[in-house]
Design a binder for this molecule. Structure first.
Ligand SMILES: [Zn+2]
Length: 407
């Protein structure tokens, strides 16, 4: 299992300029290829594409000042992007053709481990040129790591955040831990609570997400409107732009942090061996519909947790801690009564499930979580009339139902 440790870098002004130069050139090369591919050229695979680098260098001699391994990495990345594109086309998903990388985003630079040096807190990143290419325009970058680097890393990715801080992410192999306990935890990813989980013993977990989005958005609006009243490029304008960047980065960090904590809790702290979540692809359709219908209200009706990111985190954290993550078709899990199987419409504003048939009254998300658990244990298809139960699923379902009757 590969994981990455991200460490902030301190770089001199000159080295920052070098990094900016190199990422600009790499992005240029990447975008040039993307445009070619968009115009119908066939992707020749990374090996053949890499051979065209000499040609590209003749076209743009400045490419010689970029470290060669970084340029080679551009072809690998494009290769991966194209592979993912074809895989999605084959699977009938949204294709998502590789996109041109915008200028304001830092194009991540990836150094293979053997080409850089870490000495104590100093990280040396080579640049291009020198030797037979004549004198180097940019000397090698010597950055200071704010934390100790991990050992045994394979790649190091250099990135920059919205505020202009540089980071090095060390990708390394982590030892997998295994849990002895088993059991299943079914999770419903919701709009009010980030995740509601239930295990076979009928115990519920409510895991909230970051609630400060609305507050942050209001602050950001204020700063922007203040800024827009100033003369462009004036000192105050620039300062407020800085503040804006800082605050929006802060918001992103807090959001990410809460997702990390929640996924860590599920993947590491809870004892259940198997984690079951619903498939998000259908969820997004429902959300979109909901948003369309509530457009006139002009406000977010549900929290934007970043559920996609959250499931991605769950995927890798479950792998890291040796758990099984199962992604299940979650169709109708919120509509169906977890007690008797009765179905009714559940618009998003209805927070409590009230069953007219068996009089079950239960929290909406808890109801869905139980349904997901039941579906996992019984391996029910979405619209199968007859439940096909696996032998060991029986008792578990009854246990959950028993605990329900006490509510
Ligand atoms: Zn019912």
């Amino acid at each position: 299992m590969l994981i990455a440790k991200k460490i902030r870098l301190e770089v001199s002004e000159q080295d920052a300029a070098t990094l900016e130069f190199m990422q600009g050139k790499c992005r240029g090369l990447y975008n040039w290829w993307v445009m070619k591919l968009r115009n119908g050229e066939k992707w020749p695979g990374w090996e053949k594409a890499k051979k065209t680098l000499q040609e590209s260098k003749q076209h743009d001699p400045e490419l010689c000042f970029v470290y060669g391994k970084l340029l080679a990495e551009v072809y690998f990345r494009l290769h991966e992007a194209m592979k993912a594109f074809f895989r999605r086309v084959k699977a009938g998903e949204k294709p998502g053709f590789p996109r041109v990388r915008p200028r304001h985003c830092f194009f991540t630079l990836i150094y293979p481990a053997m080409y850089l040096r870490v000495e104590g807190r100093h990280l040396t990143l080579p640049t291009g040129g020198g030797g037979r290419h004549g004198p180097k325009r940019y000397p090698d970058i010597i950055a200071t790591l704010t934390e100790e680097a991990p050992t045994g890393y394979r790649d190091v990715a250099i990135s920059r955040d919205g505020q202009g801080h540089y980071y090095a992410s060390f990708v390394y192999e982590a030892k997998e831990e295994t849990h002895e306990h088993d059991g299943v935890l079914a999770i419903d990813l919701g709009v009010k609570t980030l995740a509601t989980g239930v295990n076979e013993q009928g115990r519920f977990y409510h895991i909230g997400g970051f609630k400060g989005n609305r507050w942050y958005n209001r602050q950001l609006d204020k700063i922007r409107s203040k800024r827009d009243k100033c003369k462009k490029k004036s000192r105050r304008y620039k300062r407020l732009s800085q503040v804006y960047k800082r605050v929006s980065q802060q918001k992103r960090n807090k959001q990410q942090d809460s997702l990390h904590k929640a996924s860590h809790l599920i993947a590491h702290k809870l004892v259940e061996r198997t984690v079951v979540i619903g498939d998000l692809s259908q969820r997004q359709m429902v959300m979109k519909e909901h948003r369309e219908r509530n457009k006139h209200l002009n406000r977010a009706v549900f929290n934007d947790w970043g559920l996609y990111t959250f499931t991605q985190m769950l995927v890798y954290k479950c792998m890291l801690y040796g758990k099984d993550l199962v992604i299940l078709d979650e169709r109708d899990t919120s509509k169906t009564c977890s007690g008797c199987g009765h179905k009714q419409n559940m618009p998003l504003w209805k927070r409590t499930y009230r069953c007219p048939e068996c009089r079950l009254v239960v929290d909406r998300d808890e109801n869905s979580a139980v349904n997901i658990l039941k579906r996992y244990l019984a391996r029910l298809g979405p619209h199968t009339g007859d439940p096909v139960r696996c032998a060991d699923g029986f008792t578990a379902i009854d246990d959950v139902l028993n605990t329900f009757e006490h509510i």
